[in-house]
Design a protein around this ligand. Structure first.
Ligand code: DGL
Length: 274
């Protein structure tokens, strides 16, 4: 038995983890942020897969039987390969879940016009994961995507209130809305973006719904645990949480609070590169 693992390329997954722990406080958790190698969103498929696989293996070594990739880029580029190629080689029960499916399977409940906008990293956009996954559940929905390459670095550098950030947020929103005048729902499809929620809301016309993924992922995880007792029974329930980063632990502690909403203590784990 062991804790539930939560993984992200950096701090973004903390916006999802915050909602998971609110909904499922009874479990033990380990959070791992690959801060030494963030951002993932501009990297190749092979690189994102190699980094993600290494971090997932670290979480397995910490006795996690269930790992959530709280990162859209890793979910888009690495999840399927990990599930199909790597998990069958693991001894015992090891499960890895992502954040794209919990979002795409409920998106049809939010849109009336059936025109949905996706704001995401270049990697997530290029993977076409959102259009492909949404089509499986809702073939009648048209999906429009806009890559926001500057948003993760701006968030990671705490530039939330700077004029430069407002410029890039407004620019990408306009580029998205130019693709269709019927978009009535926009998804923040990167776990870093909830920190930009007020700014995105400011530039988005009021009639357009804006969705963050945290609650959707937490609901989906709760549902998964209910329907998979063979996995749930391997998750310890001691209400303990540990935080790890692949970079400097003090830096992580300083910045993490903005994403997690409360102070944390972190430790460093080594990767092949750090
Ligand atoms: N937080 C990750 C996501 O959800 C991406 C951040 C990055 O580019 O590393 O897509």
């Amino acid at each position: 038995m062991g804790p539930i693992g939560i993984f992200d390329s950096g701090y973004g997954g903390l916006t999802v983890f915050r909602e998971i722990i609110r909904k499922l406080p009874q479990y033990d958790y380990v959070y791992l942020g690959d801060n030494a190698r963030v951002p993932y969103g501009t990297r190749s498929f092979e690189t994102v897969y190699a980094y993600t696989r290494e971090c997932v293996e670290k979480l397995f070594e910490m006795d996690c039987h269930l790992v959530v990739l709280a990162c859209n880029t890793a979910s888009a580029k690495a999840l399927r390969t990990i599930q199909q190629r790597d998990l069958p080689k693991q001894p015992g029960v090891r499960k890895v879940l992502g954040v794209i499916r919990p979002t795409t399977e409920v998106i049809g409940r939010h849109t009336d016009t059936r025109h949905v906008g996706i704001l995401a990293t270049p990697g997530t956009v290029k993977s076409m994961s959102y259009p492909i996954e949404i089509r499986k559940f809702y073939p009648d929905i048209a999906v429009f995507q806009q890559a926001c390459p500057m948003w993760v670095p701006l968030v990671e550098n705490a530039e939330l209130d700077s004029p430069g950030t407002a410029y890039f947020v407004e620019r990408e929103i306009n580029l998205l809305l130019r693709q269709s005048t019927h978009i009535d729902t926009v998804v923040l499809a990167c776990t870093h973006y909830p920190l930009l929620y007020p700014l995105v809301r400011h530039f988005l016309p009021q009639h357009i719904r804006l969705l963050s993924q945290g609650e959707l992922v937490a609901d989906s995880l709760a549902d998964y645990l209910t329907h998979h007792p063979e996995v749930e029974s391997l998750c310890t329930k001691g209400r303990q949480t540990r935080f790890y980063t692949t970079d400097n632990a003090t830096d992580f502690e300083e910045k993490a609070e903005r994403f997690y909403g409360q102070p944390i203590k972190a430790a460093k784990v080594k990767t092949l590169l750090t």
